[in-house]
Design a protein around this ligand. Structure first.
Ligand code: C2E
Ligand code: MG
Ligand code: MG
Ligand code: MG
Length: 284
């Protein structure tokens, strides 16, 4: 197998594995639109818990129940959708799904309650997404205060001016805005004073190392401190044990999510699970 992709005179050899993975990629890319109309996508929800163990929200995380490949995870198909210009269709589908699920979510959890939706950088470039959100909230009678949008630092900064404009309108409507995977990009911190967000999300990478690396503990503490000084709330992701939770709580982190409380699960399982987690249920 030969490719001229790198230009004249330079050849790359493709292994059978690479061909297989390329085929799968193409297959996924070509199936997105049909997947949406056939209802092959599903939203799983992961709880967000405050320091008292009360569920204060959920994060909507999409999966693709593919007819041939089984359950496909977002880390695989979201980049493919972005490359193929299909991400906005997926984003709209998730927004609509969360709106439909909202009455069940609100009834099960304590108030105030927020459901978080992930946006990709490509979403922010289309001026029509705001109108779609506005109209969908109207249609399903959604209080914008029950919704949060998460965007990664790098996606926000891809087009700073457009992002600022988009999130100013989103914020004015009453939605909250969270900066996802904070601290994992390579950006400078100067933009933090110029953006319109409510929450910093501490990436799982930092949480994972709390028990093993003094440096990671210090960096995690410093991120929480920075957020507090900017009057932002802090949510840490990827909490898997009590020691991590205790460290985060003691250092001022407001909310957490992670497998310790719950993996992302379908709505029907979620609303059958507890909306409060007591400390004692985790004692070792
Ligand atoms: P993210 O927004 O940072 O979401 C957190 C990811 O960490 C989720 O993976 C979640 O299942 C996982 N996670 C949470 N707690 C733990 C834990 O305790 N241990 C471990 N090992 N993992 C944990 P998931 O669902 O596979 O999603 C991966 C990424 O895909 C998300 O990262 C987000 O960037 C993207 N994504 C998911 N749904 C959507 C969507 O609807 N739209 C867009 N644009 N992106 C999405
Ligand atoms: Mg997220
Ligand atoms: Mg995240
Ligand atoms: Mg992350």
């Amino acid at each position: 197998y030969r490719s001229k992709a790198r230009g004249r005179g330079s050849y790359t050899l493709f292994t059978p594995d690479m061909v297989e993975s390329h085929k799968r990629k193409l297959h996924l890319a070509n199936g997105i639109e049909q997947g949406i109309s056939n209802d092959e996508f599903v939203v799983y929800y992961q709880v967000k818990v405050n320091n008292e163990g009360n569920v204060i929200g959920v994060e909507a995380l999409i999966r693709w129940q593919h007819p041939e490949f089984g359950l496909v995870m977002p880390n695989e198909f979201i980049p493919i959708a972005e490359q193929g210009g299909k991400i906005t269709a997926i984003t709209r589908w998730v927004i609509k799904r969360v709106c439909i699920d909202m009455p069940d979510l609100k009834q099960w959890a304590t108030s105030p309650f927020r459901a978080s939706i992930n946006l990709s950088g490509h979403d922010l470039r289309s001026s029509q997404l705001f109108d779609y959100i506005y109209n969908t909230f109207k249609l399903y009678d959604i209080n914008p205060e029950n919704i949060e949008f998460e965007v990664t630092e790098s996606a926000y900064l891809e087009n700073f001016t457009l992002s600022n404009k988009f999130f100013r309108r989103i914020g004015n409507m009453g939605c909250a805005i969270a900066l996802d995977d904070f601290g994992t990009g390579y950006s400078s911190l100067s933009y933090l004073t110029q953006i319109n967000i409510d929450t910093l999300k501490v990436d799982r990478q930092f949480v994972m190392e709390i028990q093993t690396s003094e440096r990671s503990r210090l960096v995690t503490g410093a991120i929480i401190d920075l957020a507090k000084r900017l009057s932002l709330s802090v949510c840490a992701e990827g909490i898997e044990n009590l020691e991590q939770w205790n460290y985060l709580r003691e250092h001022g982190c407001d909310n957490v999510q992670g497998f310790m409380f719950s993996k992302p699960i379908p709505l029907s399982e979620l609303t059958c699970s507890p909306s409060h987690y007591s400390d004692s249920s985790f004692s070792v």
